[in-house]
Ligand binder design. Sequence first.
Ligand SMILES: Cc1cc2nc3c(=O)[nH]c(=O)nc-3n(C[C@H](O)[C@H](O)[C@H](O)COP(=O)(O)O)c2cc1C
Length: 383
Amino acid sequence: MVPKYCFMLDKNSIHTSGDARRLAQKRLPWLVFDYIDGAAGEEYAEALNRQQLQRMQLQPRVLNNVEHRSLGVNVFGQKTHLPFGVSPIGMCNLSSPHADRWLATFAAKHNVPCGVSTAASSSLESMAEWSQGCAWFQLYFSGNEASSKALVDRADAAGYQTLILTVDVPEVGRRPRELRRGFKMPFKIGPSQFIDFALHPRWSLSTLRHGRPELGNFGGKYGEFERTASRAGADWSLLSRIRDWWKGNLVVKGVLSSDDALKLKSMGVDAVQVSSHGGRQLDSGPPPIDCLKRIREAVGADYPLFYDSGLRSGEDIVKAYASGADFVFLARPLLYAMAARGEQGLAELTSVLAHETSITLAQLGLTDINDVSDAVLVNAGDQ
Ligand SMILES: Cc1cc2nc3c(=O)[nH]c(=O)nc-3n(C[C@H](O)[C@H](O)[C@H](O)COP(=O)(O)O)c2cc1C
C-alpha cells in the first residue's frame, strides 16, 4: 500500500537543482531539453566533473558562533549579494520566452554579473538596460575580425564594463543529442519536430504566443550569426588586439591549462574563467574542478579566477571557492528552473542555492564565503 503522506508531496516545487531539471524535462520539447542538457560525445567529461565534485568532501567544524553569515563577494570592485552569477547562454529564450530578461533582472536584484552571449535571444542593449549595469558581454570571435570589433564597439557604446571572450569553441563540439533531434537555429520543423512540439503543448503555445526565439544581436543591419561557424582562426595575436580595443575588464572564458592561464595573465587579461563549457566541447577533457586547483597554484593567490561547469548545489559552490575560485557562474540549472516554473522557478532555485551555500558555511564553522579556502577540504592534497 502507498503510504498516505505520498499524496502530500508537492511534485512541482523546486527544492534542488535536480527538481528543476526533472520538471524542465517534462515541460520542454525533447529537442530543446537535449540542446540545453546535452554535452559533447558520450558526455563522459560532464559526468566525470560531476563525479569529482561529488567525491570532494568538506570538513565540518563545531562550536564556532555562525549565527550571522554573509554570501557577498567582491567582483571587479562590486559587492554582490550572492556568491554566483549567470554564465553566458546562447538562445536562452528557448527555455522560456522571457528567460533572458528574467536573468537580467535577477542580476540587477542581486547585484551579480549576468553573462550576455553573442548568441543571446535579446539584444545586448536591452540586456544592459534590464540588468541595470550588471551585464557582461560575451564575445564569440566570428571568424571575421571587423564584425567582432563591431560587437565590441556596440558593447562599449551600450555601457558594458566587462567583456568575456570565450575561447574554448574553435569549432562547435559534436553534441550527439542535438544531432539526433535535428536541432538547428532557426528551427527546421520536420515530422519528428512537429510531433515533439505537439506533445509539449505548454511550451509550444507559449512560444507561438511570444514569437519564435531570435538571435537578439543579429538581423537587419547587424547581419547574421552562424552558430556552427568555425572560430579556428582565433589566436594570441587576436587576443592582443582585443586587449587593445577593450579598455574595460577583460575575462577569458574556457581555460583548462595552467600554461594558458599564465600567458593570459601576462597579456593583461583581468580574469580567467576556468570552464569546460559544461562538457559541451571536449569529451576527453580533464574535469575543470581539478584544473581550477592547478590553475590557482600556477597563477598565485591574488589573480582573479572565475569558475563554471557542473555546479548544482550550495555545497558545490563552496567546493569551487575552496578550489580557488573568486566567483562562480551557473548556466543549466537556471535554464531548468525557468523552463520548469518561469521567473518564479528562477527565484525558487536562487533561494535554494543561497540557503544551501549559507548552511554549508555554518556546517564548516564559517560565517563568510570569502573565508572559504582549501582548508575546508578533507585530504585536500589527495584530491
Ligand atoms: C544552452 C547553453 C548555451 C550556452 N551558450 C553559451 C554561449 O553562448 N557562450 C558561452 O560562452 N557559453 C555558453 N554556454 C556555456 C555556459 O556558459 C557554461 O560554461 C556551461 O553551461 C557550464 O555551466 P553549467 O554546468 O552550470 O551549465 C552555454 C551552455 C548551455 C547549456
